[in-house]
Design a protein around this ligand. Structure first.
Ligand SMILES: *[C@@H]1O[C@H](CO)[C@@H](O)[C@H](O)[C@H]1NC(C)=O
Length: 361
């Protein structure tokens, strides 16, 4: 029988690293692991629409349906509308609809005076409008009417503006776009705390055909319905019995081609009215057989440090930007494109993600 091993001496010859060396190793180790993981994630999820539409069971049911005529609103469904000249005789080729709450006047003003003021981006003509519902305090309506008269950019649907009515808001803004702005090539839906890099987005969209209906954003995979009735995203089994949702684009920012809008509105008649807006759009797209396309740069992520290159050269959107930050970011990121070095471009998205990750440490 072997004598019992005496572990004491070997434990004592533990190598002694200088403290800073250890930290530095740990830092670079973590950073390279993160880079590898992000690269893998990017490669796996990016741009495989073909794979998506052929190999996933989700899309087998989609596509074979006969699309009903779109569910279009009448002008009675709106209280405030932009003037008809906004979209005719020529509709903007890029229509940006910012989902806003009645009381978010500061957010709207920050967008108007920064990226939303743009009237051109690349080859596109751009118009930005704000979609909202009825304020919970009826007395606030007068302030909205003043704002609409001054800026002529509010689209107000006749429904109470609440979190639970966000799906109605999306139906309302898509309905408005389909009836009042039918010639537009792309519709971009964003929240009012998004910094949208319009020149970058325009460059990206110029390469895309508008012939096939397009549904573009950051895809969320295999999300399951929340069955806890206390959750803000609660979805009862009676409304949606399946175990997973089909892949859908995150709601902070997504892009639809003009052609996709009436198709989704037609599909909306057949889809359960789940109160989570982005999932609802995903269900409509799935029903209509439109596969979402993944664009990692169209991120719904936040915590991005004010890095010129990330905001202007690489990311197409950044989420959770306060009105104050919006102006600051805008100031540091104009003029477009003079801010990125070659290596910053080359590392692009991964570098911005790593910066964002470090900012949260
Ligand atoms: C949605 O809006 C309608 C119409 O204004 C209102 O009756 C309803 O209570 C709202 N629903 C929610 C969940 O807030």
């Amino acid at each position: 029988m072997d004598p019992p091993l005496d572990l004491q001496p070997s434990m004592m010859v533990r190598p002694v690293w200088p403290k800073c060396c250890c930290r530095r190793r740990l830092f670079w180790g973590l950073l390279s692991t993160l880079m590898v993981l992000l690269t893998l994630r990017f490669l796996i999820s990016g741009g495989h629409e073909e794979l998506l539409s052929h190999s996933l069971p989700y899309f087998m049911s989609g596509g074979g349906h006969r699309i009903s005529p779109p569910l279009l609103p009448s002008s009675d469904d709106f209280l405030l509308l932009p003037p008809p000249e906004a979209c005719s005789p020529r509709a903007p080729s890029l229509l940006v609809l910012v989902v806003s709450a009645p009381y978010h006047k500061t957010q709207r003003q920050a967008i108007r005076s920064t990226w939303g003021g743009a009237r051109c981006a690349g080859k596109f003509t751009v118009q930005t409008f704000f979609a909202l519902g009825l304020p919970q305090k009826p007395s606030f309506q007068a302030a909205l009417e003043l704002e609409a008269a001054k800026h002529q950019d509010l689209v107000q649907g006749r429904f109470l503006d609440t979190y639970g009515n966000l799906t109605l808001k999306t139906l309302s803004l898509m309905g408005w776009a389909a009836t009042h702005c039918p010639g537009t090539l792309f519709l971009v839906k964003v929240d009012d705390d998004i910094f949208l890099n319009l020149p970058g987005l325009a460059e990206e969209l110029e390469h895309r055909t508008t012939l096939a209906p397009t549904y573009l954003g950051q895809i969320h995979w295999r999300v399951w319905p929340r069955r806890d009735s206390r959750s803000r995203h609660y979805i009862p089994t009676s409304l949606y019995p399946a175990e997973h949702f089909p892949p859908y684009c995150g709601g902070a920012v997504y892009v639809l081609s003009g052609a996709a809008v009436p198709i989704l509105l037609g599909a909306s008649r057949h889809v359960p009215l789940v109160p989570v807006e982005d999932i609802f759009v995903g269900l409509c797209a799935h029903w209509a057989g439109i596969a979402p396309q993944h664009l990692a740069r169209l991120t719904g992520g936040d915590h991005f440090p004010p890095d010129r290159c990330c905001y202007r050269g690489v990311l197409l959107s950044v989420h959770k930007v306060t009105p104050f930050e919006m102006a600051a970011v805008w100031d540091t990121t104009t003029p477009y494109k003079e801010t990125c070095r070659v290596w910053q471009w080359a590392l692009g998205y991964l570098r911005c993600k790593a910066l964002a990750w470090m900012a949260t440490l």
